[in-house]
Design a protein around this ligand. Structure first.
Ligand code: RB5
Length: 140
């Protein structure tokens, strides 16, 4: 499974940390590549292109709070980006929403929590339940 990862400057350090922590993942790093200031919508747009074109199966997006980059990513059809703020949410975002992008806020979350939520996200399959499929279908 190929996982795309992207951040703005606020999430740059956490992006590098995640890549180092999960060396068995086949990462596709879409930037940013330094802590120099940049615009999170540009990174979110890139993520949508990479996932919707099949160049990656899933994604991780990071900004300072996780909010801006979630808003930007979820403007795209085919992207279901979930800001993971506890373990239950990390599981339900996969089980119920079939989330294909995990989002973190580097300035408001500890690395320890991020690792835990991301482990849960990766380990949890979509339930494929009829009502969840219908709701995802309704997203358009
Ligand atoms: C950048 O300073 C910051 O605004 C951004 O990383 C993010 O938190 C926006 O939602």
């Amino acid at each position: 499974m190929k996982i795309a990862i992207g951040s703005d400057h606020g999430g740059f350090e956490l992006k590098e940390f995640l890549k180092n922590n999960y060396q068995d993942i086949d990462w596709f790093d879409i930037g940013t590549y330094s802590s120099e200031s940049c615009d999170y919508p540009v990174i979110a747009d890139k993520m949508a292109d990479v996932i919707n074109s099949g160049q990656a199966d899933m994604g991780v997006l990071i900004c300072g709070t996780g909010v801006g980059i979630s808003i930007a990513a979820n403007r795209h059809k085919g992207i279901r980006a979930a800001l993971l703020y506890n373990n239950e949410v990390a599981a339900l975002a996969r089980e119920h929403n079939n989330a294909n992008v995990a989002v973190f806020g580097a300035r408001v979350q500890t690395k320890k929590d991020v690792l835990q939520y991301f482990d849960t996200f990766l380990a949890t399959p979509f339930s494929n339940g009829e009502r969840h499929c219908r709701r995802i279908e309704l997203l358009g």
